[in-house]
Ligand binder design. Structure first.
Ligand code: GLA
Length: 388
């Protein structure tokens, strides 16, 4: 299910701003991360889904050189030279995701110039739902279509990731871009970041996800995200010295070996790796649980994930902890922080019949703790598309 409203609004704003209808329009969804926190850049595996909110990107030809870009959400316009490899100044950081993508597409012989562009999103900013990846993927789909070119979907994901690394300063993995590209209607995506393969996983009909947003600030480039990535790499390098097989990333260490050897490596790196190695293990077990329809045990994995986020990876915060506890008390099958952490949203797994009541109960419990989250039902949705 793609967000037709945001697409119609983006087209109308583009037409109004530039005096001509866009010839190319693409749409890409945000995502929720269901299980497998911080495993992507450790060559691990994840469960995620694309959501029913996303970004729409419109293009029309201009008679002037350069790229004119309007961010319809904030009613701002900027211009840049698509040939320049430099990020734009911080006050137009929103444009860097687009500029980065347009720049790296040039490496694939996809060159655009003299275009007017508009983007509009329905993903709340800072909610940890990957609005930036949705923007990158929508940009790439639109630019490729405008230029009449096709490249591999994995390369589209990598281009988005490079834009994050080099133009936004966050050393993220590929989870967000994969989810936005490979999303499936009413299904999860099981991604393997070693092989770069994704598998659709059917969800039982009687469960849905809730997205609960306590509205706390979330900016990954300023968060300790990059430092956590370095700790994980340090743990992998030190474990590699202790076993007789190759540990190129935390994905490679056997769960039992990690348990036996974690006391022999740098304590902080070991603590961070405890969460990641546990997550990789839970995703693998989770595949079996979902195929058996064991939602109770799968839901418990979500709670377990949040617990090691809180205690070992330390990427939670008070508000997210309150939300997860409220979800438990309200009868959710499982709940955890979703995405990078240090703010953002929680995801909860619930039986569809209980969804409305659980949302209301979570909000009521949080109110007693002076937190005012919003809660909504997420419709797992298909991945990015070219609308026209
Ligand atoms: C952010 C990053 C992803 C991933 C998650 C944590 O969403 O962009 O690459 O690392 O955090 O799992």
């Amino acid at each position: 299910m793609y967000d037709e409203t945001v697409t119609a609004d983006a087209i109308a704003i583009h037409t109004d701003t530039y005096g001509t209808e866009p010839t190319t329009v693409a749409y890409a969804p945000g995502r929720i991360e269901v299980l497998g926190n911080h495993t992507d850049y450790n060559a691990g595996t994840t469960f995620s889904c694309a959501i029913n909110m996303g970004h729409c990107f419109c293009i029309s030809k201009s008679d002037k050189p350069g790229v004119r870009l309007t961010a319809a959400d904030i009613n701002a316009t900027t211009e840049f030279d698509p040939a320049s490899p430099e990020p734009l100044e911080k006050k137009v950081q929103w444009a860097n995701y687009v500029k980065g993508v347009i720049h790296y597409l040039r490496g694939f012989d996809v060159v655009v110039d003299g275009i007017d562009c508009t983007f509009l999103g329905s993903i709340p900013m800072g909610a940890g739902l990957s609005s930036s990846a949705a923007l990158e993927v929508a940009t790439a789909y639109a630019v490729l279509s405008y230029a009449g070119k096709e490249i591999d979907k994995i390369d589209i994901a990598k281009i988005g990731q490079r834009a994050e690394h080099e133009f936004a300063g966050c050393s993220c993995g590929l989870l967000d871009q994969f989810s936005s590209i490979y999303g499936v209607h009413h299904g999860l995506i099981h991604s393997d970041f070693r092989t770069l393969e994704t598998y659709p996983v059917k969800l039982p009909d009687d469960v849905v996800f809730l997205m609960i947003n306590p509205h706390v600030k979330h900016a990954l480039a300023e968060s300790p995200y990059n430092a956590r990535r370095l700790s994980c790499e340090k743990a992998a390098a030190q474990l590699n010295e202790l076993v007789d097989y190759e540990v190129g990333a935390l994905r490679d260490i056997k769960f039992e070996d990690f348990e036996a050897l974690k006391g022999q490596i740098d304590p902080e790196a070991a603590q961070r790796a405890t969460h990641v190695v546990g997550e990789i293990h839970r995703v693998e077990e989770g595949v079996k649980l979902l195929s058996e329809g064991n939602l109770k045990a799968f839901g418990q994995f979500l709670f377990d994930s949040h617990e090691t986020s809180r205690t070992a990876f330390e990427n939670s915060c008070e508000e997210l902890d309150v939300v997860v506890e409220a979800a438990r008390e309200a009868g959710a099958l499982g709940a955890r922080l979703s995405g990078g952490g240090w703010g953002g949203s929680c995801v909860a797994l619930v039986h569809a019949v209980d969804a409305e009541a659980i949302c209301a109960k979570i909000i009521e419990i949080c109110k007693t703790k002076h937190i005012a989250p919003t809660a909504e039902i997420i419709i797992p949705s298909a991945g990015a598309i070219v609308v026209k």
